[in-house]
Structures are given as structure tokens and as C-alpha cells.
Write a protein that binds this ligand. Structure first.
Ligand SMILES: *[C@@H]1O[C@H](CO)[C@@H](O)[C@H](O)[C@H]1NC(C)=O
Ligand SMILES: *[C@@H]1O[C@H](CO)[C@@H](O)[C@H](O)[C@H]1NC(C)=O
Ligand SMILES: *[C@@H]1O[C@H](CO)[C@@H](O)[C@H](O)[C@H]1NC(C)=O
Length: 377
């Protein structure tokens, strides 16, 4: 996911019985242990522990990082919640009552998965965890560098295929998805067999953010998810043989705050240059941006070529900052592409970035962000 939350808290994996060497023998047995429907169900209505089995023609795919604000999400839209936080049985019951899936986060070292035995036991553990927690699948978020045609390259494709087969077999109607960068062209050294991975799982979540590379942009700040570049990414995935129906667009509900070494009159923010990949920039959630932008000297500005809002301000130490973000206007444009191009859906990193307080202005801003997901222009 986005760097900020990459190392978020881990879900607790139930301890595995038996010596490690026996794991491959024991795990199929563990999987076979009966988990009667309703057994240990934390929901008031035990039927809510059953997995969600319907297939949808439109996905609204939501990442949750905790803090219990999920109660205020727009559940009329959500189809899947990925838990990047500790397991929350209350969230599972609520999601199921709304017909939405709740899925695990899956992350594993690509070095380890070259070993087929290790892979099988890792997958068995995830399935077991999903069953114990009455969850509906897994989102594989493996953002590691892999070289084309390396052993890891083939192992990763095998992992996706085997995870999907095992989940589909063990949990009725379950969903297995895989997170990919904004473009299929080895972004961040991630040279995967995207075509085969898309074929092997239910769909890809395309992370259409963190698209700005300072070294490629002469150390000049710019949009996190610029319109044309974002669309080019999807067209590239489609060109390599991936059906639009296997692609869910991921939009950012956070922005990027750059510290400028120089801010020109025509709003060009040049970052530190030596080397500029180390220039100071950090992620900011939409709720903070909304508090900052109206008090900023520039207010919200609009960049026509990138179709993105931005603003600048000066910090207490006197440094200028430029913040690039997404708002209902920029998101609507991308959401319209999702509809027109017939992609499977849309989602965001991450749902917790909005302000779910009682404040009337915040409420309106939050509602508009959720609504923008389904905009047809
Ligand atoms: C492969 O993984 C299994 C299970 O984790 C382990 O017991 C075995 O030693 C590994 N083999 C190699 C060659 O690393
Ligand atoms: C991806 O995997 C498929 C099936 O194994 C193979 O036919 C294809 O050539 C691979 N693509 C690349 C770019 O390696
Ligand atoms: C900063 O920008 C101004 C105006 O655009 C320019 O005249 C000046 O040389 C720049 N300073 C540095 C250090 O780049």
C-alpha cells in the first residue's frame, strides 16, 4: 500500500501445532477440521458468520486501517473491506449484514515463496485464519522488487495461483485480489508477470498514486495521481492482455506535502536536489488537508495539465510547502473513466483519511468524497 502504512500492525496468526518439518503433513489436517457454521460466531445473528458468496458487477474496494471509524463509512456503496488493522469481529458482523466482504491482508517475503512447501504452508495458514475469523478472502499486498524471469518472478505467479485455488476451494465465494502499481512497467523494480497474475486471481487493485518520481521530474513537486498518467497506466494493463473487468482503480484519499527549496511566482515548487529522491515530502490525509487549505495563502489552486488541486503554505520555520492532493473534482474525472472504460470498480487508500466527526462542514466534505466514487460525467 502507500508507504506510510506499509509496515502496519500484523494480524495474529494462530500458532501452528507440531514440529515445523511436519507442517506440510499437518496443515491439510488442520484445514479439514470442521468449523461448523455458527460455531464461535461473534455476531448476534449467527448467519452473519457465513461467507458472502454473491458476485458483483461493480466493486467499491475499501482499505481500513483501524480506529473504529468504519461505522461512519458509506456502507450503501462498499462491497469489500480489506483489513489492514487488527481483526475486529464487530466490523466483520457489520460488513456481512450489509452484504460486503471482509478480507485479510497478505504479505510474505518473495525470497521465501520460492520454496513450494513454504508457500503451501503459508497459504494454509491464511485460509485457516480467514476461516477462524469468518472472513471472505485475502488481498495480496506484496510490494517487493522482483526481476523479470528470476526465480521470484515465477514463484510470485505460483503464489497467486495457489492462493486463489485454495481459497476458492476452502471458502465458498471467497475473493483473492492482488495490489499492483499504477503502471505495469516495472514501477519501483516490481517486474511481475502481471498478465498471468491477473488471470490467476479475481482482480487487481491498481494503486494509482505515488506516481510522482522526483528524479524523473527535475525535482519539481507535482500531482500524486495525475489524470493522464493514471489513465495511461490502465491502458498499458489492458494492452498486455488484462481485461478491464479485472481492474479496480485505486485512488488516494491522501495528498503529498513537499518542502520547497524555492517556490516561484508561477507556483513551481523545486525541492532539494542532491539527490532529489531524498527531498522532504510526506503523506497527509484529506482531513488535515481540508483544515489547512482554506487558511493557506494560496487557497486551493487547480493544475489543468495534471487535473489536480494543490496549494502552498509557509511553516513556522519560514519554509514554503506545496501540497498536492485529490478532491471530489479530481476523483470524479477518474471515476468517470472507470465507468466509461468498463473497469470492475474503484477503491481508495485509505478510508480512514476522511474526517468522520460531527462537525457539519467535515460531514459534507466526507460525504462528497464517498459520492465522487460513483460519478458519471
Ligand atoms: C522449504 O520450506 C519448508 C517449510 O517451511 C522447510 O521445512 C524447508 O526446510 C524449506 N526448504 C528449503 C530448501 O529451504
Ligand atoms: C507470463 O506467464 C505466462 C504463463 O506462464 C507466459 O506464457 C508468459 O510468457 C509470461 N509473460 C512474461 C512476460 O514472462
Ligand atoms: C527561486 O526562484 C526565483 C524566481 O522564480 C529565482 O529568481 C531564483 O533564482 C530562485 N532561487 C533559487 C535558489 O533557485
Amino acid at each position: 500500500m502507500a508507504r506510510l502504512q506499509l509496515r502496519s500492525r500484523r494480524l495474529v496468526v494462530p500458532s501452528q501445532r507440531g514440529a515445523p518439518g511436519l507442517a506440510p503433513l499437518l496443515l491439510p489436517l488442520l484445514l479439514a477440521l470442521p468449523l461448523a457454521a455458527g460455531a464461535n460466531c461473534p455476531c448476534k445473528n449467527p448467519a452473519l458468520c457465513n461467507p458472502i458468496t454473491h458476485r458483483l458487477n461493480f466493486e467499491v474496494f475499501v482499505f481500513d486501517v483501524g480506529h473504529k471509524v468504519w461505522k461512519y463509512y458509506d456502507w450503501s456503496q462498499i462491497t469489500t473491506v480489506v483489513l489492514f488493522a487488527d481483526y475486529d469481529p464487530e466490523l466483520m458482523c457489520h460488513a456481512h449484514s450489509k452484504g460486503a466482504r471482509v478480507v485479510l491482508k497478505g504479505d510474505v517475503s518473495v525470497k521465501d515463496i520460492k520454496n513450494a512447501t513454504f508457500r503451501a504452508s503459508w497459504i494454509a495458514k491464511q485460509v485457516q485464519l480467514a476461516k477462524t475469523q469468518h472472513m471472505d478472502g485475502i488481498n495480496l499486498d506484496i510490494e517487493q522488487e522482483v526481476q523479470r524471469s528470476s526465480p521470484e518472478y515465477y514463484a510470485l505467479t505460483a503464489l497467486v495461483k495457489e492462493t486463489t485455488d485454495t481459497f476458492h476451494r476452502e471458502i465458498k465465494g471467497s475473493q483473492v485480489t492482488f495490489d499492483v502499481p499504477w503502471s505495469s512497467n516495472c514501477v519501483g523494480g516490481r517486474c511481475y508477470n502481471y498478465t498471468e497474475i491477473a488471470y490467476a486471481c479475481d482482480f487487481l487493485f491498481v494503486m494509482s498514486y505515488d506516481e510522482r518520481s522526483l528524479p524523473w521530474s527535475q525535482c519539481i513537486a507535482g500531482a500524486n495521481s495525475p489524470y493522464t498518467q493514471t489513465l495511461t497506466g490502465y491502458e498499458d494493463y489492458i494492452k498486455i492482455g488484462i481485461s478491464p473487468k479485472k481492474l479496480v482503480m485505486g485512488i488516494p484519499w491522501y495528498g503529498v506535502d513537499y518542502t520547497c527549496q524555492n517556490l516561484s511566482k508561477d507556483h513551481v515548487c523545486t525541492t532539494a536536489k542532491h539527490p532529489c529522491k531524498d527531498a522532504v515530502h510526506q503523506q497527509v490525509p484529506y482531513k488535515l488537508i481540508m483544515k489547512q487549505v482554506n487558511n493557506s495563502p494560496s487557497k486551493s489552486l487547480w493544475d489543468k495539465s495534471q487535473q489536480s488541486p494543490y496549494y502552498h503554505y509557509q511553516d513556522k520555520a519560514g519554509h514554503f510547502h506545496q501540497v498536492w492532493y485529490d478532491n471530489p473534482q479530481s476523483i470524479s474525472l477518474k471515476a468517470a473513466y472507470v465507468q466509461n472504460r468498463g473497469l470492475l470498480g474503484i477503491g481508495m487508500w485509505h478510508a480512514n483519511c476522511l474526517d468522520y466527526s460531527e462537525d457539519a462542514t467535515a460531514k459534507k466534505q466526507t460525504e462528497e468524497m464517498w459520492k465522487a466514487l460513483r460519478k458519471k460525467l
